[in-house]
Write a protein that binds this ligand. Structure first.
Ligand SMILES: Cc1cc2nc3c(=O)[nH]c(=O)nc-3n(C[C@H](O)[C@H](O)[C@H](O)COP(=O)(O)O)c2cc1C
Length: 442
């Protein structure tokens, strides 16, 4: 049954973990966060990351808007060593909302500006030597595309679970092989522009069942981009190759990858064939070995999709349904995905996801994750919206202030679904509470 967060101490959390028999732990040694980690010629100055978090606040031409800049100023001043810049579409029709960022020839300079600002904001706060690594996430929203004011799905394959949810016919036409081939070049072009804009790398978004992620689980798709492991991974690997031509000491290719979709076979990736509630990491790990051979060394491990099983994707206190499991089980699953990658390869820098529900105790769980080598960095998503300087408080050794923590109330998602700009309605209320009320929220 669903459990709302009510843990006040690490002792209480430990008892819950033991009661549920989970492989999770806590550590009060926050010094583990203070060491740098290197990838390629880049140095990530500490072990805290801001996950990609869209605010749906770009300009109509895809350039960052004033609220986008405000968000990155808060993140940059927050002190995390890695800022995984939100999803940026490679083509206009691949945007998940009309205000999603989209990089192209006519606006890449505005991305350069925000990249330079991030560095300046971070230096103003922490001194000349501090420079966060900033990776631009490249996306095509595929089935979840909504480039204008209504959905315009571009699906990789039909899927009874998601088709039903989205009210799509069972034989809704899928994107063609020719269209996918052309899109590979769009990713390449976007990677070139991200490099010109001064980003430290691009992260190919292969998660949450957006286009690349849906292709990974496209067992039923015919043609060269579906069916076998080779077919399903072709689009992703071609993009890694095409973007990889521009990789060097100061520009890396990274990826945010679903380790598990939580959708039954033959539609889900990383899922046990008999029981979709269980993970089967064999294909995700096989794929990671291939991208590792291609030089990828930074991976952000995640799971699920916010449109079908948000409790898998981001354990919460309030959402559209009562989750069938304790949020700690979801957190443990998310961390296990990162842990499997670290267990296999010491040279893969892995960002783990799934801490925000733990509020102030996320710092303790994260310290345990790093100490036990289950991930290289601890990433925060919703927490960064609510408490953008969470990293500073952890790095100072103070720990997190419970009053500033995200309460996983889901209002940021409500705003997004209402087609609005989004942020933290509760802790960043001066900006987002009036917008929430205007949209009819209470
Ligand atoms: C409002 C909102 C925007 C998000 N934007 C992105 C995004 O651009 N790219 C991405 O990979 N994930 C995105 N996510 C997912 C988060 O990065 C993260 O995986 C999820 O919230 C779980 O982490 P948390 O428990 O720390 O919040 C978003 C989530 C929310 C709620």
């Amino acid at each position: 049954m669903h459990e709302r967060f009510s843990l006040e101490s690490s002792g209480g959390l430990k008892r819950e973990i033991d009661r549920l028999g989970l492989e999770l732990g806590l550590s009060d040694d926050f010094s583990v966060y203070n060491s740098a980690v290197c990838t390629g010629g880049l140095t990530i100055p500490n072990r805290l990351a801001v996950h990609p978090m869209e605010g749906c606040d770009g300009e109509s031409d895809g350039a960052p808007g004033p609220l986008t800049a405000r968000r990155y100023e808060r993140f940059a001043k927050g002190g995390a060593g890695l800022i995984w810049f939100e999803a940026v579409a490679v083509v206009p029709e691949g945007r998940a909302n009309p205000r999603q960022l989209w990089i192209h020839e006519d606006n890449w300079e505005s991305f350069k500006e925000i990249r330079e600002d991030i560095d300046r904001w971070a230096k103003e706060e922490y001194g000349h030597d501090f420079s966060p690594v900033v990776i631009m996430q490249l996306t095509h929203s595929g089935r979840f595309s909504r480039p204008v004011d209504k959905p315009k799905p571009l699906i990789a394959a039909n899927n009874p679970y998601l088709n039903e949810r989205m009210k799509l016919d069972e034989d809704y036409p899928a994107i063609t092989d020719e269209e996918l081939m052309a899109l590979e070049d769009d990713y390449e072009r976007a990677a070139v522009l991200a490099k010109k804009a001064g980003f430290d790398g691009v992260g190919i978004k292969a998660c949450h069942r957006y286009l690349v992620s849906e292709l990974l689980g496209a067992f039923t798709r015919e043609g060269i981009y579906g069916g076998s492991f080779e077919g399903r991974t072709r689009f992703y690997l071609n993009i890694i190759d095409k973007a990889g031509k521009y990789a060097d000491e100061k520009f890396i290719i990274a990826s945010r990858l679903n380790m598990y979709d939580g959708i039954p076979r033959p539609y889900g990736w990383g899922v046990n064939e008999e029981d979709y509630r269980k993970c089967d990491f064999s294909e995700p790990l096989k794929l990671i070995e291939i991208i590792r051979q291609k030089g990828v060394r930074l991976v952000n491990a995640t799971m699920g999709t916010p449109y079908y099983n948000p409790h898998v994707n981001r354990p919460y206190d309030a959402g559209e349904y009562l989750p069938p499991e304790h949020p700690l089980e979801g957190i443990s699953r998310l961390i296990s995905g990162a842990g499997e990658i670290r267990r296999k390869w010491d040279d893969m820098i892995v960002v783990a996801t799934g801490f925000t529900w733990l509020r102030q105790l996320s710092a303790d769980t994260g310290a345990w994750v790093i100490k036990e080598n289950k991930a290289s960095l601890v990433g925060m998503g919703r927490m960064a919206f609510a408490y953008p300087d969470y990293a500073r408080d952890i790095l100072d050794g103070k720990g997190l202030d419970v009053k500033k923590c995200c309460i996983t109330c889901g209002k940021c998602t409500d705003l997004m679904r209402a087609g609005s700009v989004t942020g933290c309605v509760v802790k960043d209320f001066k900006v987002y509470a009036p917008i929430y009320r205007e949209k009819g929220g209470k």
